[in-house]
Design a protein around this ligand. Structure first.
Ligand code: ADP
Ligand code: MG
Length: 394
């Protein structure tokens, strides 16, 4: 059985091989991934159908990759397979070029932080942090020194002799982070580490995690269902949809060039128009309320329903239609000045009835808005109109 050094259910006296510091991996080829996941699948015996399908992912040394997706899409399962808590049904996991697919957790050099801090209540903060070192037979003096160093790094210098019950939730999560980092993990695994904290603290701590991760250059997988959190901390984001990778890319890639309606709507707000694929002298084009001829996405037939999606910040105030842009005409319903931007609600007449769209403009444009109730025109460039097959209701 795999031992999770961060799991309080595992007593410090558990039957763990103390000589478990993994053998140094064979020197990796230059440019090789620190972590490589190939063809990974997982089916739980108790559950119909696979939870993960065909997961391929390489994480470079020092990179922070987020797994982003709705609850139940398989994020924790993937993380737990990397940690070695559960076995995959197929595929492989390699760390530094060494296949660890069947290697138990305590022989993989991974640090783990869970959603809830899971500290030992009866041990001091320093003892909690040093526990992984004790398992690795590090001498007492060095354990204390390294625990103090890590506590300093996470902003808890001087808290060594406290017990977890004396700390706030955010402080306890910092201790968990120090505990995961003190073993100098090859890979740091964070499973929604901030989700039990309140909103302000979440933002503060996510920036702290990113700073520490960069300082140490530790290769990290960060699981979250919060897109803003993923966008704020990640080098790259893997969007998971029903156990499959929907898209991998930077925050900008996902926001500006999403490959599907799922990715587009999960990575930010959208303004949507419906349309259909039509035939235009042998070419398949999209007809919609936008009145802008768009090529139809590949794989769709004449008559298929499509959804045209636009980011709320891709609208420009004023009408200047051309071959490459569409003008949306409506009435201004509401305008909110938000300091860094202005959010306006516009009622437009679409073929299937009037709809309101929420648009975000640069803050300075607020001064140029018409009165509430007055007509308004907005322009959107064709390149900013994303056309996808309309998702079928699940
Ligand atoms: P996430 O972390 O993205 O919310 P999980 O990886 O926890 O998703 O779960 C993915 C799916 O697998 C869910 O449908 C969940 O109910 C199921 N699942 C998770 N763990 C088990 C298990 N031990 N046995 C059976 N089904 C499981
Ligand atoms: Mg989870």
């Amino acid at each position: 059985m795999a031992i999770d050094v961060n799991d309080p259910a595992v007593a410090p006296t558990a039957t763990t091989d103390p000589t478990s510091r993994p053998a140094v991996a064979a020197a990796a080829e230059p440019g090789a991934a620190r972590l490589r996941i190939e063809g990974l699948t997982k089916t739980y015996v108790e559950k119909d159908g696979p939870v993960l399908t065909g997961i391929d992912l390489a994480v470079a040394e020092g990179e922070l990759v987020s797994l982003l997706g709705p609850s139940g899409c398989g994020k924790s399962t993937l993380l737990r397979i990397v940690a070695g808590f559960i076995d995959p049904s197929g595929g492989s996991v390699a760390i530094d070029g060494r296949d660890v697919t069947t290697v138990p957790t305590h022989r993989r050099n991974v640090g783990i932080v869970h959603q809830s801090h899971a500290l030992w209540p009866h041990l001091t903060v320093a003892e909690n942090v040093a526990f992984g070192l004790e398992m690795r037979r590090v001498k007492r003096d060095e354990r204390a020194r390294r625990a103090s160093e890590m506590l300093e790094l996470v902003g808890l210098g001087g808290y060594e002799r406290r017990v977890p019950g004396e700390l706030s939730g955010g402080q306890q999560q910092r201790v968990s982070l120090a505990r995961a980092l003190v073993i100098e993990p090859d890979v740091l695994l964070l499973d929604e580490p901030l989700s039990s904290l309140d909103a302000n603290l979440r933002v503060y701590l996510r920036d702290e995690i990113r700073r520490i991760q960069r300082d140490l250059g530790v290769t990290t997988i960060f699981v979250t269902h919060d897109r803003e959190e993923a966008m704020a901390v990640s080098d790259r984001i893997v969007v998971l949809d029903g156990g499959r990778i929907a898209q991998t890319g930077s925050a900008v890639d996902l926001y500006r060039t999403p490959v599907s309606h799922f990715v587009m709507s999960f990575t930010g707000a959208t303004v949507e128009f419906s349309g259909t694929v039509a035939d235009d002298r042998g070419r398949r084009v999209v007809h919609s309320d936008l009145g802008l001829p768009c090529p139809a996405p590949s794989g769709l037939a004449v008559g298929d329903d499509v959804t045209l999606c636009i980011r709320p910040d891709d609208f420009v105030l004023g009408g200047s239609a051309g071959d490459e842009a569409a003008v949306v005409r409506g009435r201004l319903v509401d305008a909110a000045f938000l300091g860094t931007s202005a959010e306006i609600r516009v009622a437009i007449d679409a073929a299937d009835g009037p709809t309101d769209v929420l648009v975000r403009l640069p803050a300075r444009q607020h001064e140029r808005l018409p009165d509430v109730g007055a007509p308004i025109e907005l322009t959107v460039e064709r390149d900013h109109v994303h056309v996808f097959a309309t998702p079928t209701a699940a």
